[in-house]
Design a protein around this ligand. Structure first.
Ligand code: PMP
Length: 386
């Protein structure tokens, strides 16, 4: 059975062109870029070309890019990097961050830092006025996710950035879901730090970057060498960096290419679900939302059961965030958006990408109503409400 992959928000398949460039650096150009010999310097040259490509994707300068092991480490470096430099203080964030931000902040709270978790509205939007009101004399950092990995809502990052700048407070945004899908220009946005992850835009896993604007001073988290201008020790993940560079180049060139087609697939499924399945809620902002994500709550049943039934039919989706799967708690993002526990439990996220086509949507449309109906017939909650 040919499987249908509809989980591009969890990760994307690597682009063949990216893989081919990486292979050269696994097989032939294997030298350490810190080595002084010719082979080492040849690899160094390519690492720096890749850095330039990543920088260009977000309109940054090359020296403002620090390579990390992914989005999680980039978020850790931004937040702990500032916190450890300052030693104490207050941090502002939202209730709908990715765990790689929330868990860092919970850790910092234990170490004596103070954190304000801002509410969001029913669409998952942070109100910039709330950011303004939360600022204190001892606020050392504001960190707000750019686009939600769970519902796709896109935050007013430029407005928040202006507020932060006015007060002279560093502003970080987790843009792992945004970069590669939408145009991101750090200069126009005015952000101080921005996290990105290659496997979200057809690059390899285990490589990401933090953009840290010139002048932003961060405490290094990984000591052990002069790498990355002393901001991150350790021999560089050369194949990963080369892959991220190529993925960035392709994203720059092709950002508009599949956009309309992917959005049509998403909209097609959304319309079908709303018209043919009763008691469903499409979550996320109607317009300010990533064009490839469709998160739906099917009332009276469990997202996990829907996921497993779709899996059985050869369709891969997520229930809430892949990172929270495995826990029985409903998504913290959906709860923050005001959805009751029992509704949040029934959430499924479809996320489309370059490899999807209309046939995939038709297959989902063919099996989904039957699955929902079958599960509802078994649900005691459905009985009570009918
Ligand atoms: N932030 C967001 C919004 C994400 O979706 C993810 C990936 N699930 C991360 C951070 C972490 O990125 P990585 O998997 O590269 O560590």
């Amino acid at each position: 059975m040919k499987r249908i992959y509809c989980d591009h928000t969890s990760t994307t398949p690597i682009d063949e062109r990216v893989l081919n460039e990486m292979l050269l650096f696994l097989k032939e150009k294997y030298a350490n870029p810190s080595s002084i010999h010719l082979q080492g310097q040849e690899v160094r040259k390519h690492v720096e070309i890749a850095r330039k490509k990543v920088a260009e994707l977000i309109n940054a300068d090359s020296h403002e890019i620090v390579f990390t092991s992914g989005g999680t480490e980039a978020n850790n470096l931004a937040i702990k990097g500032i916190a450890f430099k300052k030693g104490k203080g207050h941090i502002i964030t939202s209730k709908i961050e990715h765990h790689s931000v929330l868990d860092v902040l919970k850790y910092l709270e234990k170490k004596g830092f103070d954190v304000t978790y801002l509410d969001v509205d029913k669409y998952g939007l942070v109100n910039p006025d709330d950011v303004k009101k939360a600022i204190r004399d001892d606020t050392i950092l504001i960190t707000i996710i750019f686009a939600s990995n769970e519902v796709g809502t896109i935050q007013p990052v430029k407005e928040i950035s202006e507020i932060a700048r006015e007060k002279g407070i560093p502003f970080h945004t987790d843009a792992c879901m945004m970069v590669g899908l939408e145009k991101v220009d750090v200069k126009e946005l005015g952000v101080d730090m921005l996290s990105l992850s290659a496997h979200k835009f057809y690059g390899p896993k285990g490589i990401g970057a933090l953009y840290a604007r010139k002048g932003i001073l961060l405490e290094s988290l990984i000591h052990g060498g002069h790498h990355e201008k002393r901001r991150r020790g350790g021999s560089e993940n050369v194949p990963g960096i080369i892959g991220m560079g190529k993925a960035s180049e392709l994203a720059m060139e092709e950002i508009e290419k599949d956009r309309e087609r992917i959005k049509e697939l998403r909209d097609n499924l959304e319309k079908f679900i709303l018209e043919s399945i009763p008691d469903v809620i499409v979550v996320g902002h109607p317009e300010k939302r990533l064009y490839n994500i469709l998160t739906v709550c099917f009332k009276y049943i469990e997202g996990e059961s829907i996921l497993l039934n779709l899996d059985f039919e050869g369709i891969s989706v997520s229930s809430g965030s892949a990172c929270t799967s495995g826990s029985l708690e409903p998504s913290h993002v959906l709860l923050a958006m005001g959805l009751p526990h029992e509704v949040a439990h029934g959430s499924i996220r479809f996320s489309f990408g370059k490899i999807n086509n209309l046939k995939d949507v038709e297959k989902i449309k063919e099996v989904l109503p039957g699955i929902i109906n079958k599960l509802r017939q078994m649900s005691p909650f459905w009985e009570k409400n009918k």
